[in-house]
Design a binder for this molecule. Structure first.
Ligand SMILES: C[S@@+](CC[C@H](N)C(=O)[O-])C[C@H]1O[C@@H](n2cnc3c(N)ncnc32)[C@H](O)[C@@H]1O
Length: 290
């Protein structure tokens, strides 16, 4: 059995506290509230012992349950409303009852920090497939003007709540509700450009008649993105799948960039947070495009 991962730093109260691939047990710690996922349909009782003095409540959802199923309370305090957590000093609203995910994907912590380091006042950053806008918050806290795009109005509203809780004014930023592919096309037509772009699509997406698959359509997505990227700007390209190898992913991204006559100035792969050990499903490429 793996041991509990320590808090990454004083400015972060949400992290993957237990990652046990072999046992099929994954525990996310959200400011003292544990969200447990398991491969099996049985709750691992030993977690109650491990939680003593570390957590104030345990919620559990087997992985194969429909994403919309709310987790079941197993032990401790009952959460009747959303609550904030800290990550890299930024605040994010968490809601265990929200279905799909609870508010932030903890495996993106290092990329969110890097977006913050790569953004500054006077720059424009576009966050596509944004979910609750974690990358937008980090870019905005560094002074950038952000555009946040997602199919879901609920998630865009959640993004603005995340802005407010960080003292950021949503009215000073832009929201683009709808399909990322449509928006990228529309922004290119209008001649809009960005210094940085985040591409973190789901493995599969259907919008209207269009479908997107990470494994077969990433070059198209990268090509669309560079058409709104300033020369010398960066793109963070993420692929969340075991099946796609890093070298193939890089090939796809480069193909999309070159299709538009643009060049790759540099490309760096960034790792997942260390507590997600031994399970490199999330591939991230930081590409500077000439
Ligand atoms: C994997 S999550 C993205 C996570 C996010 N980048 C983060 O780090 O918090 C996928 C998001 O993409 C959105 N989405 C799916 N298909 C889309 C599309 N075609 N256009 C825009 N958003 C889409 C979903 O609503 C969801 O919020």
């Amino acid at each position: 059995m793996n041991s509990l991962a320590p808090q990454p730093d004083a400015d972060t109260t949400a992290w993957r506290i237990l990652h046990d691939e072999k046992a099929g047990v994954w525990v996310d710690h959200f400011d003292g509230h544990w969200l447990v996922q398991t491969r099996d349909a049985r709750f691992p009782g030993y977690l109650k012992e491990m939680a003593k003095g570390v957590a104030s409540s345990i919620y559990w959802r087997p992985r194969d349950k429909a994403a919309s199923t709310a987790p079941e309370k197993i032990w401790g305090e009952t959460l009747s409303e959303r609550f904030p957590v800290l990550e890299n000093g930024a605040k994010f609203w968490i809601d265990f009852d929200s279905g799909y995910s609870s508010g932030i994907f903890l495996d993106q912590r290092l990329n969110r920090r890097r977006v913050s380091g790569n953004s500054r006042k006077g720059q424009r950053v576009l966050n596509t497939f944004a979910y609750t806008g974690g990358f937008s918050v980090m870019a905005a806290l560094s002074g950038a003007t952000t555009t946040t795009s997602d199919l879901s109005k609920t998630y865009l509203n959640w993004t603005w709540d995340n802005f407010r809780i960080n003292g950021l004014d949503p009215d000073a930023h832009y929201g683009a509700k709808g399909d990322t592919f449509d928006w990228l096309g529309a922004l290119a037509k209008k001649g809009r450009t960005f210094h940085g772009i985040v591409l973190d699509p789901p493995t599969f997406s259907r919008s209207g008649k269009k479908t997107f698959r990470t494994g077969s359509n990433y070059a198209d997505l990268a090509a669309l993105a560079v058409s709104v990227l300033e020369p010398g700007g960066w793109i963070l390209c993420c692929a969340n799948t075991h099946r796609l190898r890093l070298d193939q992913f890089e090939k796809d991204v480069f193909e999309g960039i070159r299709r538009r006559g643009r060049s790759v100035e540099s490309c760096e792969s960034s790792p997942m947070p260390p507590e997600f050990h031994g399970d490199d499903y999330l591939k991230s490429l930081w590409v500077v495009v000439g």
